[in-house]
Each structure stands twice: as C-alpha cells, then as structure tokens.
Design a protein around this ligand. Structure first.
Ligand code: ATP
Ligand code: MG
Length: 330
C-alpha cells in the first residue's frame, strides 16, 4: 500500500475549518487505502514562541481533535513529532544539504516573518521547511495531503530527496503533494484575500469554539456590496469562500447552492451556513471532550504511535548515517 504522511502544528487552542477542509478531511479518507503516518508537529510549533504549559495542553487537544475527526489509531500511526528524535536528526542532515539561497526563496517564511518584529524571527522559522522535508522523507511517503500553502515546501522536499539520492545512492522515495482542488485554500472571514490561519484568530472558524460564536462570525464575514450569491473568486472573494465552505460541509454543489439562494439576501445565506457549521461541529466537540477525559487512553495511543513511527524512522536514519560516512557505534 502506498504510504502517506502529514502533520499539523499545535499552535492554537483549536484547529480551524481551513485545516479541516484543506488537509484533515483528506487524512481521514486516505486511511482506507494507504499506510498512513500522521503527526502533531510540536518541533515546528516552537519556531514561534510558545508557553510550555499551553504547548503541552495544545498538543493533547490536537491529538484528541484528530481522533474525533476520524483518524483511527489502529489503522494509522498517530504520533507526536518530539517523541521521535529521528525528525530532528534527519532535519540536521537536510539542513546541510540545503542552499542558503534556496531556503530564502520560501514564501511562507517571508509572510510569517513579515508579521513579527524582526528580533522575534527565529532561525528555526527560516529552516522550518527543511525539517518538514525530513518529516516526510523519514517515512518514505508517497503522498502528502496538505493545503495549497504547502506546495512550495513539497517541491523543496523533492529537490532535497533527489539531491541526496544522486549524491550518495537511491535512498528516499519522492513524495507528491496531495492537494484537493476547491478546498486547498480556505480564506480568512475578515480578510478574504488571506488564508485562514491559526495565527490570525479574528477570521477563523474554530472546531472547538462555542458554535454560536462561530455562527455569529459567519454572519459578520466580510463580503461585497452586491446582493447576488454567486461564485466569483476574483470579484466576490468573501461570498465565494462561504460557498466553498457551505458546499464542502453539506455535499451540495456550488451550482446547487447558487440556485437554492437565487433572489435571497446575504443575511439568509449566512444564517443558514451558521446552522450548517453548528450541526457539523457539535458532535465533534463531544468526541474531543470524551477523548480528553480519558487521559490514560490518550497517552497509550500516543505511545503506541511513537513506537510504530520510530521503528520506520530509525531504519531510514540508519541508512542515511551510513551513506554519509558517519562511523557506526555500539
Ligand atoms: P499556522 O498559522 O500556525 O501556520 P495553520 O493554520 O497554517 O497554522 P498548520 O498546522 O501550519 O496550520 O497546517 C496544517 C495543515 O492545514 C497544512 O496541511 C496546511 O496546508 C493546511 N491549511 C492551513 N491553513 C489552510 C487554509 N486556510 N486552507 C486550506 N488548508 C490549510
Ligand atoms: Mg501553517
């Protein structure tokens, strides 16, 4: 069976709709016919400053959310990145294979670093995509389900894999980005030109927020001064984003929704979408709560996942160390 790997950062109290529609929904679907490795990437989270107690809690809540969304720890290997030291180890090797200029072309770093004061921008934020390459290559993943914002990082991963393979000998599988058209980029409700992001709370719909507050956020989403509910990403970015969300949560096509809401105002449309979101998140929140209530079980799931992941990761790292010329020990 082909292998998939993907990760999500524990950088907020909750995942958001962009994470779900862009990536996590595909994680769940791919379990059926793939050997899946999914991780909560806490090493990536510390590329920006994190409060230790909060990071611990967010990591647990992240695992609970993945379980509640349908990641099955029996079929998939679900683990926390820092529990598998090989990520950091291969990450170093990959850093030494990456050109400084090459890393400097990553647009996500430019976006994220522009949002912070220069003295808070860490070297880790700069080298983040290289660690991500190590995450993927350690497991010899064939496919990586991610949102559109990760496309460039996947290209870097392939370049690094190719470089290692040709400098030493064939070692790494070349991974492909698995990016789903239509929902690969969900936009911020307050700024429909920007992607919905954990680091920008105002415009995101969170899985774990009070559902009524989420419905209210949808009612106050930025749209346009026309009255027509019509998909036009260029001129009607706000409404188009809401149509995408509505369509993907209900299974109705955008065309069906346009017909259904012909002649109706934005207010009715947003109110109905609010209801759709409430119905969708409520059962998920109940499941998250029950996973968090059983701490021992959650710990066991993480431990089993880490063991299975290490088994694979250690084999890849051993090969890499040998090919590079590191002396064997023990
Ligand atoms: P941060 O702001 O901390 O980077 P994030 O919201 O970008 O948080 P990540 O943990 O970096 O979340 O990404 C997890 C997955 O969600 C990735 O596959 C990413 O491509 C996807 N993703 C993130 N935001 C969106 C979005 N707005 N639309 C679609 N997919 C998204
Ligand atoms: Mg991100």
């Amino acid at each position: 069976r082909p292998r998939v790997l993907s990760g999500i950062q524990p950088t907020a109290d909750s995942f958001h709709l962009g994470n779900y529609l862009g990536a996590l929904r595909q994680w769940v679907a791919l379990q059926d016919d793939h050997d899946a490795f999914y991780c909560v990437v806490d090493l990536h989270a510390i590329t920006v400053e994190q409060n230790p107690a909060e990071l611990r809690q967010r990591t647990r809540v992240s695992v609970a959310q993945l379980l509640a969304l349908g990641i099955d720890p029996e079929r998939s290997t679900l683990f926390v990145q820092s529990h598998v030291p090989e990520h950091a180890q291969l990450g170093w090797v990959m850093q030494c294979l990456t050109g400084f200029g090459e890393a400097g072309r990553m647009t996500q770093f430019k976006d994220k670093s522009a949002r912070q004061a220069a003295e808070h921008v860490s070297v880790g934020l700069f080298t983040y995509p290289i660690l991500q390459a190590a995450d993927i290559l350690l497991y010899q993943a064939n496919r990586v389900p991610v949102g559109e914002d990760q496309r460039q990082h996947l290209e870097l991963t392939r370049d690094l894999a190719n470089r290692f393979n040709s400098r030493y000998s064939p070692t790494f599988t070349l991974p492909e980005a698995h990016i789903v058209k239509g929902t690969a980029k969900i936009y911020d409700l307050q700024d429909p030109a920007a992607k919905m992001s954990k680091s920008v709370p105002a415009g995101m719909i969170e899985l774990l927020a009070d559902p009524k507050a989420s419905a209210k956020k949808i009612r106050s989403a930025v749209t346009d001064t026309e009255r027509e509910i019509r998909f036009d990403a260029e001129h009607k970015a706000g409404i188009s984003n809401l149509l995408t969300i509505y369509s993907s949560l209900t299974g109705k096509t955008v065309a069906e929704l346009e017909t259904q809401y012909a002649g109706q105002g934005y207010g009715d449309f947003k109110k109905d979408l609010g209801e759709v979101v409430i119905e969708w998140v409520t059962p998920i929140q109940d499941k998250v709560k029950s996973y968090l209530d059983d701490k021992a079980e959650l710990d066991k799931i993480m431990q089993r996942g880490a063991e299975r992941a290490r088994h694979v990761a250690a084999r890849t790292l051993a090969k890499v160390y040998k090919k590079i010329g590191f002396l064997p020990h023990g």
